[in-house]
Design a protein around this ligand. Structure first.
Ligand code: GLN
Length: 491
């Protein structure tokens, strides 16, 4: 039985037809993890025993006809900021090297309740800050399409795990593009739901006003399937939106005739690699063929998003990371022989942070300090409101907006990956979605020199159904998503 690169729906069908068991699917993923982890490094923790146990339970449920959901028995992975009871959760930081959460994140619980099998925890940039996974404290993840390239970040391990067929889906977080960017560089489908759609309860915080959990999958239908499960409102997160969960799956495969698709001028400028623009333009022609109305639009304030983001994020990072002082949380320097007072415990313990975390803590502490709070943080908040208002205005004219995800192809791993400006520029087209509290999805739309290119589709707050409708119409009428990295990895 051919088990390579199955979608959730394909795997579920094989399970239903009794052509494969969850144990076999799980073993298939574990085998690929073991074969490729030394090279790709997508996983920080492999939960083989637990996974095989859950697979067995799922197979037993199936034989009794007591299935919990369509993802019952399907193996997936979780970014290592998502808490898993009894399984180490590090945020790829030495600070949490020994952290074993006593409870599951809400999303972990929802997956378990749905019967999914969790094969392990995936690598990321420390505390989800970065664009390459080079800022992980535990080696960087490589791109399964070409291991001399970065995979993108910060949810790079999750993207790689799906692209290397080590899990059928993965959950990541997208505070400033961390799902969509690595998805675009790995030919996977990356969904960032609207802020508030999915509970953050039990997800290690980076920038709380922007953090959001989302998915990596091999099809748009799979993303819809997962969001239907994950979007369940949660009283444990005050920003979880308490509205009913639409049947996202119903949006799949629908006609998009007459839908209005806005091409955002600011996303198609000189900063974007010409090959990427060509691929997105070809996708736009495809939408036209499908009967959509293409409308050129301009959202000038989108260009202020990155600057706004780079004030808000470090500010919130500095407050969120304050708790890791070696006393309240985090690996402690308390036992070090040459540490003899509380300040030294704090000081020494906090040295465990990597450079990017330290950089953002310093920037954020500055932006929040007395006298500068209004000048920086509050001003950024005001600009954020203006950006949101402008997007809202434009969404009166169009159903969705489209553009590229990344302005460039994935960097080489031997390039300078400490050049902050270069890395932040990679976020240029993804952060507007976060800053304006919208939802976005990255879908495969082309290749350049054997490397995948992603297109971004953006919808208004809580309009995920439109995202799924447009993205799936594109997907079913093209072949890009079917190309996988297998041949590359075997080279
Ligand atoms: N590149 C973004 C940053 O470094 C990614 C953040 C994220 O989405 N977690 O801030």
């Amino acid at each position: 039985m051919e088990l390579d690169y199955l979608t959730i729906n394909e795997a579920a069908q094989l399970l239903n037809e009794k052509k494969v068991s969850s144990a076999e699917l799980t073993q298939h993923c574990i085998k690929n993890i073991k074969q490729k982890n030394a090279e790709v490094n997508a996983f920080l923790t492999i939960t083989e025993d637990k996974a095989l146990n859950s697979a067995k339970e799922s197979d037993e449920r199936r034989s009794r006809g007591e299935l919990k959901s369509n993802i019952d028995g399907i193996p997936g992975s979780l970014k290592d900021v998502i808490c898993t009871a009894g399984v180490r959760t590090t945020a790829a930081s030495k600070m949490l090297d020994n952290f074993i959460p006593p409870y599951d994140a809400h999303v972990t619980r929802l997956l378990k309740d749905a019967g999914a099998v969790i094969v392990g925890k995936t690598n990321l940039d420390e505390f989800a800050m970065g664009t390459t996974t080079a800022y992980s404290a535990y080696n960087m993840t490589k791109n399964p399409w070409d291991t001399s390239r970065v995979v993108g970040g910060s949810s790079g391990g999750s993207a790689a795990s799906v692209a290397a067929d080590q899990s059928i889906f993965s959950l990541g977080t997208d505070t400033g593009g961390s799902i969509r960017l690595p998805a675009s560089w790995t030919n996977t489908v990356g969904l960032r739901p609207t802020y508030g759609r999915v509970s953050r309860n039990g997800v290690i915080a980076m920038a709380s006003s922007l953090d959001q959990v989302g998915t990596f999958t091999r099809s748009v239908a799979d993303a819809a399937e997962l969001l239907r499960i994950l979007a369940e409102p949660d009283t444990g997160d005050s920003t979880s939106y308490k509205i009913p969960v639409p049947n996202y799956v119903a949006a799949i495969g629908k006609d998009i005739k007459g839908m209005k698709i806005g091409v955002v001028k600011e996303f198609m400028g000189e900063a974007v690699d010409v090959k990427i623009r060509e691929a997105v333009n070809a996708a736009i022609r495809q939408f036209e063929k499908l009967g959509a109305e293409i409308i050129d639009i301009s959202v000038p304030l989108a260009e202020e998003s990155l600057a706004t983001y780079m004030v808000i994020v470090p500010s919130e990072v500095s407050t969120n990371l304050e708790r890791y002082d070696g006393i309240k949380y985090g690996v402690s320097a308390n036992e070090d022989a040459n540490v003899d007072n509380l300040i030294e415990v704090y000081y020494k313990s906090r040295q465990k942070f990597g450079n990017e975390a330290k950089r953002r803590i310093m920037l954020g502490s500055f932006a929040l300090s007395a006298g500068f709070y209004d000048q920086y943080y509050n001003r950024a908040r005001k600009v954020q409101r203006m950006i949101k208002a402008q997007f809202s205005e434009k969404f009166k004219e169009v159903d969705v907006m489209v553009g590229p995800v990344s302005p460039t192809m994935p960097f080489k791993t031997n390039e300078d990956l400490n050049d902050s400006l270069k890395l932040w520029m990679a976020d240029l087209l993804v952060v507007p979605v976060n800053v304006a509290n919208l939802c976005g999805i990255s879908v495969p739309c082309g290749f350049e020199q054997g490397l995948p290119i992603g297109m971004q589709i953006i919808a208004n707050h809580f309009d995920e159904e439109k995202l799924f409708k447009v993205a799936s119409a594109f997907e079913v009428s093209t072949e890009w998503h079917k190309i996988n990295a297998k041949s590359k990895i075997q080279n």
